[in-house]
Design a protein around this ligand. Structure first.
Ligand code: RTP
Ligand code: MG
Length: 137
């Protein structure tokens, strides 16, 4: 099943020089391709829509601030079961709970600065792709 997913390499990935490393792990998966990619500093409006499900939670404001603190790499990855696949490469939200070998397990520090976002379902992917890449078909 070929899918598309929205992936963000968050500002900590860019600041720490981990973009190449993380991109390599995604790109080297057989049959996955990068369909679009851009370095972009995310604005408040986009972030509010992206993280609407978390509005009101205690970590919401610090998350917003962190996500707007510098450029992210925003991209579309396409391929076989890529939605589930990139989530698996990333590992659980909390880097302390993430196994070595996963992106968050190998490089994560604190739960907020966990390096990568990837859409968590087909519905989220459709919504997020439209939000970040409205020009894509
Ligand atoms: P994401 O949406 O960024 O792909 O991450 P996720 O699905 O693994 O985690 P989610 O529960 O959706 O949380 C979104 C992002 O908010 C930050 N966070 N901070 N307790 C905290 O301080 C806390 N909890 C979550 C993380 O950056 C998380 O990725
Ligand atoms: Mg999430």
């Amino acid at each position: 099943m070929t899918q598309r997913t929205l992936v963000l390499l968050k500002p900590d990935s860019v600041r720490r020089g981990l973009v190449g490393e993380i991109l390599g792990r995604i790109e080297s998966k057989a049959g996955w391709t990068i369909a679009a990619m851009e370095l972009r500093t995310l604005d408040r409006g986009t972030l509010e829509q992206h993280y609407a499900e978390h509005e009101g939670r205690p970590f919401y404001e610090p998350l917003m601030e962190f996500m707007a603190s510098g450029p992210s790499v925003v991209m579309v990855v396409e391929g076989e079961r890529v939605i589930e696949g990139v989530r698996a490469l990333a590992g659980p939200t909390d880097p302390i709970a993430a196994a070595p070998g996963s992106i968050r397990g190998d490089f994560g520090t604190i739960v907020r600065e966990n390096l990568i976002h990837a859409s968590d379902s087909e519905e989220s992917a459709a919504r997020e792709l439209k939000l970040f890449f409205p020009e894509l078909d």
